[in-house]
Each structure stands twice: as C-alpha cells, then as structure tokens.
Design a protein around this ligand. Sequence first.
Ligand code: AHR
Length: 493
Amino acid sequence: MSNATLTLDPAFTIGTVDPRLFGSFVEHLGRCVYTGVFEPGHPAADEHGLRRDVLELVRELGVTVVRYPGGNFVNGYRWEDGVGPERPVRLDPAWRSIEPNAFGLGEFMTWTRRAGVLPMLGVNLGTRGVQEACDLLEYANHPGGTALSELRVAHGALEPYGIRMWCLGNEMDGPWQIGHKTAAEYGRLAAETARAMRMIDPDLELVACGSSGAGMPTFGAWEATVLEEAYDQVDYISLHAYYEPLGGDLETFLASGAMMETYIEDAIATCDHMRARLKRDKRIHLAFDEYGIWYMSRQPSEPPAEWEHAPRLLEEHYSVLDAVVVGSLLIALLRHADRVKIACLAQLVNVIAPIVTEPGGRAWRQTIFHPFAQAARYGRGEVLRVEPVSPLAGDVPALHATAVLGDDATLTLFAVNRSRSDALELAATVRAFGAPRILEHSVLADPDLDARNTADNPNRVRPHPNGTSAIGDGTLHAILPPVSWNVIRLDIG
Ligand code: AHR
C-alpha cells in the first residue's frame, strides 16, 4: 500500500463542463451503422430499422453528441446518395466496403432524436469542396423554398434539421486519407468552406481538422498553418488519439491519460500562439472528436481482399485494463474542460466501441461502457483544480484524478490508480466543504486485468459500489485498488 494525497476546494476551479464532452462517433465503417444502430428486420428494430435495444444502451451510456458519417469514410462520401428514395450502392474505398446507402442523413437525424443526442456532421473535403458542403447545409438547415430545402421536405423532413456542429473534413493531414492535403491547401479550403457555410447559416460551430495524432510528424506545424488560414472562420480544432499497449508495455498504456493531457496542452499552446501572432481576442477551443482504445498494431496490414458489406472491422473486445485506461482518458478531458468543449469516444457500436451487437441477436455493454456512463452522469458542473501527489507508476504519478462540483450539492471525485502492484491509500482534504457525507464509492477493478464481458456473460465486468472509504476531520480516506477506476460521490449539502 502506498499513500496519496490531494486537496479539494471550491475556490480553485478549472471551468464548467460542456455536456458535449460526452460525445461519441458513428461512422459508416464495419458494423457500426449496419447491424449496429440500424438493422431492419431485427426483432428490436423500430419502423425505421433503428435498433431499440441499442438506443436504450446509448441513452444509458449518457452520450450527448454523435459525430457522423466519418471518419475516413466522409472524404469519399456523396451525401446525396443517402437521402430520398433512390439509394445507389457504391464502393467505399476508405474501408474497402460495399456501401448500400440504406442509412443516410434522414435516418441519422431520426436516430439522434430517438437517442436524445445532438448531431455533429462531417462534410467531405477529400473528393469534394465548398459547393457540396453548401448544398448539404442548404438541404439540412434551410427552412424551405429552395431546390435543396424543398428536396428535404419532399423526402419527408418538413422542418429543417438545425444542425449546428460541423466538421470540415477528417484527418486531412494523414497520407491514408482520400484527398489528403498539405496544411496550407487544407487551411485555405477549410477557411473558404467555412466562410461560404456561414453565409448560408451564420449560427454554426465549425471544427477544422487538427492532426490525426500527437505523433504525426507535422503535429504543431499543421495546426499553426491551418489556423493561419482559418482562424477567423472556425471555432474548434480537432484532436484524435488512439491508445494501445504497444509491445505489451502495460505501464505506458496505463499512462495514456497523461499522454492525452500533454497532447491537449500542446494543442492549446499552438492555438494560443496563433492567437498572439494574429492579434485576436477570440480563443480557438478543442474538439477531441476521436479518442479511444484501438489495438491497431494487431490489425491486418492489408485491407480485406474482397469488397464486402458491413464486414467485421475493428471489433475490439475490451478488458478491465482497457476500462481503467478509458477512465483515465475521461479524467484527462475533464481536467481540461476549460478548453476541450467537445469530445467523442470512438466509436459507439461494434467498431472500437462500448456497445456490441450481434446481427439478429442481443446488444450488450463492453467494459469501457461503464467509466464513460459514470463520467457522463456525474461529471457535470464545475471542474475543480486537483493536484494529486502520489508515488510513480513508471514515469507518471500512480494517481490520476479530477473532481466535479455538481449543482445538486454533490462533489464527485474520479480517480484512477495506475499502479499494478500497490493499492493507494488516499487522503483527500475536503475541509473547505464543511462536513460532507459519502454517498457512494464505486470501483471498477478485477484481479484479472484481462477479464471481459461477453454476450453470454455481459455483466462480468462492471463497477461495484463497495469501495472502502470513510470521512472524518475534514479528510476523505479511500483505498484505491491496483489498476482501478473509482467514483467517489459526496453530499456537500
Ligand atoms: O475511428 C476509426 C478511424 O480512425 C476513423 O475513420 C479515422 O478518422 C481515424 O483514423
């Protein structure tokens, strides 16, 4: 057992959590859409083919915003294929799949309403440009009386969709991307697209593509050049990151939250550097619109030989260890709630996802479902500045933590113990809150770090409200087991 300390005080805050921090992502990739959210003929499907069992889990997960339709997919996508009665079958070169276009914008918007989430729509800046983005916006948001808005009405959507959040392409820095560009080419296209879109609908929030990861050789320079072109036209720059235990290095994998924090801080530094250079008042915020765990190094290096519809791609099966790391990623996001306003766990169903389905069968929760659901539920309010002190686990402190002061007179401490060998005996000073009472200490941990949920045993891994904690003399004492995700809720009323 090792000791750890921290202090919680309402005088020291970071910022208010934007509910959109708890977003996710649905891409036309593998079985995320087809047999994931959409499966006409499934016993749980509604009249639109939307799986009600999945919708129920999405609501339980607490997702607030969903990015769609990609991802790499978007940069070869013709949005017109997915609306109206004619749905051409196309090749999707990004994932070497057959795209039947049975699910498109209208189905997605119906799904968002049923799921109770906000849409965040990507436009194709790979094979397309300003005109097609404007056409899509007119179709989606213009009330009526024009060719494209009347087309939407003719397709059955009488009211405009009112989509506010738009992504200007996807991962345009990546050489794998259809229509990959240099930073200067992309920055200019993003600026021009944004300018034209705002002429149609001034009330938009626009996200320019940042780097596809902190390890990209152009990271930093890419953001600076893109913002040089597009600073005045966009509101956010995107960040993407996927983590995995490369070479079986669990210590570094458990430090993923720390790497995410460094990435966020470096992106903020670049945005603020451009703010100073361009002499602007406005600040660019961050949309971490893809993050998660992806065992990319285990993926086949070659794309599938055959063109298939809805192949099983990127279907990761998550463990206890993965869930604790996802908890740490959520802590990292909350600790930067002043600048990260939107974040999307990638993805939502089947593809590197918290929810899994079987075609014709059941839907169930992966291990990573739980930390997300708890953070989305209890991580609402003011984030407190928390400076944990603990021994190291590898190169980073064993304790990773944040705390959120809710407006319902509760204080929630989210804490991950990264140590694989030692429990942490935490002493958290809470004197500034008077005499708080412990409502719950829930723990997700397991002696078997590799334990997973399955269709037959879907609740093998989940949080248990049996954490050891006590409060007295202005200090909360809690035991955080090795490799654990802890949620400690206090009544401060
Ligand atoms: O989420 C899977 C893929 O990861 C997305 O299509 C792409 O944007 C990223 O590289």
